[in-house]
Ligand binder design. Structure first.
Ligand code: SF4
Ligand code: SF4
Length: 525
């Protein structure tokens, strides 16, 4: 800790010297950017946690917030300024840096200026939707302003997901050895979407055994937070179950396995996850601007590590189970990734007969020929979800680069044929692992495509999709500067009123349509 403190002092000394020339330095990138860089380094030190913290979110900034709070307080004192002014001037100089906004929001909240605090929290969430500190600021400010009416009380509620779901991802993290950001494959989480519950329980690629990840200390702590009813790791600003108030009361949970978990307060689980959702290999044939700036493919060294983890942890989690679901892929594309394709190939074996495969793909590589080359897919695949994001060639080829509309349109019609022939059948006993089965198409709503939402719903109906999903565009940080101009669901977006009108279109009232996080906007409109 002392070494880290010394290193931080070394890193911030030079920019802080600029303050000898007065407060004008606060408006200069030459002061602010080195400070931001030094605190990003601090956030990347995995072994430094704040007192009382046990888990870290993938987007954790708690340590840099604490340090920046002290630094800006000291600057304000020295220059005889209001600390909030210091923080807002820094935020204006580094518009993609959320820590000064969160700090300014906390101070405004303490002063009773709730609207300011809410505004700063929204701006910080616009830079990183999953940020627990910005999310906490927003809920605290809303609670203070409206007496808690808008903030659900989760005591006595239950969520099954951390007892059923294991999700792996690929993230970027600071490396102490290279002193730069590096890609980390395999950080793992206990909810369907990493942004909803952004605290890692370990790494599925590094784990020595299936149990070492599924019942890790982090997994046990998250399950405790659900059983105790504090839900402290769940995002109250993104999780649809919290936003739509659909979490069941503990006493209403009837499923025998879950009843036993609640009654016995179980945080260590003897059975494997019911849903394994893999997203640790980002390899994809597309580079959608909402997702990444360029095409990513795993290299040979990465593929070797992925293959070892496949044999040591992933396939053992799936082998022999009769109620395990596998979702490929939460990130990347299952047919563009060499690693995921090898897992799909392994499922040919009878040992995996009980595995139900949920495919989430951009659909471009799943051609008639590919389908014919993998005949076991017809037995294993219970859901085919295709992310499309457009209803016209012009928009598709803009938001799904370098995808081609004629290819995806032909493939979508082929998937409709497969569905009509009896593939991806809806589960008559109810959907599997709370995942929707059948054939569906998805659409991430943004400023460039929202006017095509009704046409997309009609397209889905025409090709025979079972469900047509519209998702809110969520910021994962890489598009921070452009996010607010694309997030048409935000009340501050100039096209928001037109977007609310489009939500009233009769085509979106189709029973196959689901608006997910956008549902509340239609009800309120
Ligand atoms: S984030 Fe939402 S869905 Fe996920 S575990 Fe928490 S309450 Fe459940
Ligand atoms: S298809 Fe999916 S994984 Fe690939 S770049 Fe687009 S959003 Fe990302």
């Amino acid at each position: 800790m002392l070494a880290a403190g010394d290193e931080l002092a070394r890193r911030i000394t030079r920019p802080l010297r600029m303050l000898l020339f007065g407060a004008a330095a606060l408006d200069k990138p030459g002061f602010v950017h080195p400070l931001q860089y030094a605190l990003a380094w601090l956030s990347g030190q995995e072994d430094i946690l704040l007192k009382d913290e046990t888990l870290r979110a993938f987007c954790d900034v708690s340590t840099s917030l604490a340090a920046l709070d002290r630094i800006t307080s000291a600057i304000a004192l020295e220059l005889r300024l209001d600390p909030v002014d210091v923080q807002l001037r820094i935020a204006a100089t580094a518009p993609a840096w959320r820590e000064p906004l969160i700090l300014a929001g906390r101070r405004r909240l303490a002063q009773g200026r709730h609207d300011d605090a809410i505004d700063f929290a929204h701006r910080a969430l616009g830079l990183m939707s999953a940020c627990p500190d910005a999310s906490r600021l927003l809920t605290d400010a809303l609670r203070a302003k409206r007496g808690g009416d808008d903030v659900p009380d989760l005591r006595g509620r239950f969520c099954s997901r951390p007892f059923e779901v294991l999700v792996s991802t690929q993230t970027t993290r600071w490396s102490a050895s290279s002193d730069a950001n590096e890609t980390v494959m395999g950080e793992s989480y206990l909810c369907d979407c990493v942004a909803w519950l952004p605290f890692s329980i370990g790494n599925v690629i590094a784990a020595e055994s299936p149990d070492a990840i599924w019942n890790s200390a982090g997994a046990q702590e998250i399950r405790r937070s659900i059983l105790d009813g504090d839900f402290r790791y769940c995002s109250r600003t993104i999780c649809p179950a919290i936003l739509n108030d659909t979490l069941p009361k503990r006493e209403d949970v009837a499923a025998p396995r879950l009843r036993d978990i609640i009654d016995e307060n179980r945080v260590v689980l003897p059975d494997p996850p019911r849903l394994l959702s893999l997203g640790h290999d980002a390899s994809c044939n597309l580079a959608c601007p909402t997702c990444r700036p360029s095409i990513l493919m795993a290299d040979r060294e990465q593929n070797e590590r992925l293959d070892a983890a496949r044999d040591r942890v992933i396939l053992p989690l799936l082998r022999g189970g009769d109620s395990t679901s596998l979702r490929l892929t939460a990130w990347g594309d299952p047919f563009a990734s060499r690693h995921y394709r090898s897992i799909i190939e392994a499922l040919r074996d009878d040992a995996y007969r009980g595995v139900r495969l949920f495919l989430l793909t951009n659909g471009l590589l799943l051609t008639r020929k590919q389908w014919a080359a993998m005949p076991h897919l017809a037995e294993r695949v219970v859901a085919l979800s295709v992310s499309v994001d457009a209803a016209t060639k012009e928009t598709y080829e803009d938001v799904r680069r370098p995808g081609r509309w004629d290819v995806i349109e032909g493939n979508l019609r082929f998937f409709g044929e497969l569905r009509r022939a009896g593939n991806f059948a809806r589960d008559p006993e109810g959907d599997v692992s709370d995942q929707v089965t059948g054939f569906g198409i998805y659409f991430v709503v943004q400023s460039s495509n929202f006017r095509e939402m009704p046409a997309f719903a009609r397209l889905g109906r025409e090709i025979g999709a079972d469900y047509i999903g519209f998702q809110k565009y969520i910021s994962f940080g890489h598009e921070a500067a452009a996010y607010s101009s694309k997030d048409v669901a935000s009340p501050s977006h100039p096209d928001h009123a037109e977007f609310l009108e489009i939500l009233q279109d009769p085509a979106l009232r189709d029973e196959r349509v689901t608006l997910m996080q956008l549902e509340g906007l239609r009800i309120d409109a």
